[in-house]
Design a protein around this ligand. Structure first.
Ligand SMILES: [Ca+2]
Ligand SMILES: [Ca+2]
Length: 604
């Protein structure tokens, strides 16, 4: 990701950010009350957070209704210490308000944005994310109603004997605001969509066709999108021993242009063919920068999981397609088992790549899904063995991690093992305990009023979404609500309970990113509804990434004085770039919240 902003000037492209609309960011006084801008369910924990820019004692708060009548309070504000720009934070717990309605929180003479309490505050949220995925489609793109990279993809590179061969791999999704495409992120995104549908089908509707254009086709749109991912992954695994991992590379960043007239030149002319990289098991990079790849299993495991899960979920709708997926799942899993290690993305001219360091998590999930598909015990035993090798996603409890070092950010495999019919109780307890250890490690760091304990590395919102997902899994597996406050705080953070008062999903909530780092949004004046942006990063990361330059005055400047920063600025690729796999990663937990009591919770 990250189409580097300084190239705006290098390419002589003028910059006209889309017109700003909607509300001014709330909280221009020294005290800001941050609320979940989607709202709160009547039976759920309900907490607003105060960020006080100056040290200030706040003892009580009130909740008022639409007619300004006090319905709760004065209630005690819970002091929770400083955090980032906030000299003091407070938690305002109004869980006792259960009556459906629209309220506001009042404290220290400041009034919050409207607060909705209703059963359906998350209704349609997961489905809305799909709009961003449709917008990111490569091949036929429904936003442009035109082909994107249809005839350019791709030329095999970095292969011992076949470099230069054309392999048809058009399709899939652009990874972020650049047009690179990765097998690992696509497979994870596809898996999350399939899991979301399997466990929460009622969260999704049918308003779009398979090609992404408006119109129902009798298939839930989440499955249209998942199939879009699966079709591309099948192309990226064309032969049993040829596993393709990446389409395009960072030479893509040379121009700030739309996908339909991508000017990138990979050596076959401007707008010409794009390179496709196989997993080789060796360090990769065509130029001076190299990754640290050691094997194939990290990518192979992810493909195996997506294929096997797809085979199960799509079986009733298309048994032929499902059989092909099942065959490819077995083959790619075997390839991963034969070549343990990681297959990282390949850098070209820039030093950045996805530095994934774990692969047993991916093989665990692949094995678990293959067991669910085939009922062959070998896969189940393998899943348990892999699970024991990385019980806790290693970023949990840490201050930092390299870019995509531990990916996916949560391990679906443990839940899939638990969910498997026939798994012994001891195994189910074990994988639940693995999750608990990760949750506990994050919760221990979550002391501020925001109750967020993740490291603020690049793509921090993805870690937040994954934490919430893992907490949700754990709660369902055990009935233990010990981490519910943290799970809720994570979702609240994404929808506005953060120092900036920003909902991190474009188009959702009262105040969301208006100028994301996206050429499509900027040049077409298009709102990228559903896109989850990267989110805040440590100031030290922001200041050291290459080529970031803010293009406009920072409306959040008072809240960017601490150890983490966020900018709603087209120039900030580190905090304000919507990203495909993060968006899909959020789909599961939003689908789970969509309908409080779905009859399909353990179906499929
Ligand atoms: Ca549909
Ligand atoms: Ca991994």
């Amino acid at each position: 990701m990250a189409r580097v902003a300084w190239l705006l000037w290098a390419a002589g492209v003028s910059c006209h950010p889309p017109a700003r609309g909607g509300l001014a960011p709330p909280g221009t006084s020294d005290v800001a009350i941050r609320v979940n801008q989607l709202g709160y369910r009547p039976d759920a924990p309900k907490v607003a957070a105060v960020c006080a820019l100056q040290a200030q004692v706040i003892t009580t708060f009130r909740v008022v209704d639409e007619r300004d009548r006090t319905v709760l309070g004065p209630s005690a504000a819970q002091a929770a210490g400083p955090f980032g720009p906030c000299a003091a934070t407070y938690r305002l717990d109004f869980s006792m308000v259960r009556q459906t309605g629209v309220y506001r929180i009042v404290a220290a003479g400041v009034t919050s944005l409207p607060v909705w309490i209703a059963d359906d505050v998350y209704r349609g949220a997961a489905d809305s994310l799909l709009a961003y995925l449709r917008e990111q489609r490569s091949g036929y793109n429904p936003v442009f109603r035109d082909s994107v990279h249809q005839h350019t993809d791709g030329v095999l590179v970095d292969h011992a004997t076949r470099s230069g061969e054309f392999i048809p791999v058009s399709g899939g999704w652009a990874d972020a605001s650049d047009y690179l495409q990765y097998g690992a992120t696509t497979a994870h995104a596809t898996t999350m969509l399939l899991l979301a549908y399997r466990d929460h089908p009622d969260a999704f509707s049918d308003r779009f066709q398979a090609n992404g254009l408006p119109g129902a086709n009798g298939i839930p749109d989440v499955l249209d999108e998942a199939r879009w991912g699966l079709e591309w992954l099948l192309k990226m695994y064309p032969e049993d021993d040829l596993l393709l991992n990446q389409l395009g590379d960072d030479r893509d960043h040379t121009f700030w242009d739309l996908p339909v007239n991508d000017s990138a030149d990979y050596g076959w002319g401007r707008g010409g063919r794009r390179p496709v990289y196989p997993c080789t098991g060796k360090p990769q990079g065509l130029f001076e920068n190299k990754n640290r790849s050691t094997g194939l299993a990290s990518t192979a495991g992810k493909y195996a999981a997506a294929f096997a899960l797809g085979a199960r979920v799509l079986h009733e709708r298309d048994s032929t397609f499902a059989r092909r997926l099942a065959q490819r799942a077995r083959a790619v899993y075997a390839l991963g088992a034969a070549h343990p290690g990681v297959c990282q993305t390949a850098p070209a001219r820039s030093p950045y790549f996805y530095e994934e360091d774990d692969w047993t998590d991916d093989m665990e999930l692949g094995a678990a899904e293959l067991f669910a598909l085939t009922n062959e015990p070998t896969y189940f035993h393998a899943a348990l063995q892999y699970a024991a090798l990385e019980p806790v996603s290693p970023w949990m409890g840490q201050d930092t991690a390299r870019h995509y070092q531990w990916y996916p950010w949560h391990n679906n495999g443990h839940y899939e093992i638990w969910r498997t019919g026939g798994a012994p109780d001891s195994a189910r307890r074990l994988v639940a305990e693995y999750y608990r250890r990760g949750l506990e490690a994050v919760a221990r760091r979550a002391k501020s009023g925001f109750r967020i304990g993740i490291p603020f590395i690049w793509c921090s919102n993805n870690l937040v979404a994954s934490f919430a997902t893992q907490a949700h899994f754990y709660r369902r597996m055990t009935g233990d609500s010990s981490y519910l406050a943290y799970e809720t705080a994570a979702l609240d953070w994404l929808f506005g309970v953060n120092p900036w008062g920003v909902s991190m999903v474009i188009g959702m909530g009262a105040n969301y990113p208006k100028t994301p780092h996206s050429v499509v949004a900027q040049q077409l004046h298009l709102q990228l509804t559903g896109g989850l942006v990267d989110g805040p990063v440590y100031r030290s990361i922001f200041e050291h990434l290459r080529g970031i330059r803010l293009l406009e005055a920072d409306e959040y400047a008072p809240f960017n004085t601490g150890f983490i920063v966020y900018h709603d600025d087209v120039g900030d690729y580190s905090t304000n770039e919507p990203i495909m796999d993060g968006t899909a990663n959020l789909a599961y937990v939003l689908a789970a919240l969509d309908v409080a009591s779905s009859p399909h919770q353990r179906g499929g």
